[in-house]
Design a protein around this ligand. Structure first.
Ligand code: ZN
Length: 97
């Protein structure tokens, strides 16, 4: 499911879970968009989902068989760790420039 942004003319995919816009992923060094189709929403739904639904609903559902009631906490921890590693990578790239 997609729509066209009337301001930019760019294609935007719609999240099958929250029905919001799927985030465009931008390369921080070039400023270019390299990914627009979001994440696999399984096992929550068939189709593609946004970053937020992936980090919360989808990851929790995937982790549930391993972590049971703690799955949501583990999903939040993983999202936080991913964010910290991206920030650390960005800092390293800035120091190299
Ligand atoms: Zn969503």
């Amino acid at each position: 499911m997609t729509r066209i942004n009337p301001l930019t003319g760019k294609e935007i995919h719609i999240c099958v879970i929250c029905k919001g816009d799927i985030d465009h992923h931008i390369d921080p060094t070039t400023g270019e968009c390299y990914w627009i189709i979001g994440h696999n929403a399984a096992p929550v739904k068939d189709g593609r989902c946004c970053d937020t639904c992936n980090a919360t609903a989808v990851m929790t559902a995937r982790l549930k068989p391993m972590f049971g009631d703690r799955a949501a906490d583990v999903a939040v921890g993983l999202a936080s760790a991913q964010k910290m590693s991206l920030e650390a990578l960005k800092k390293i790239q800035e120091e190299e420039e």
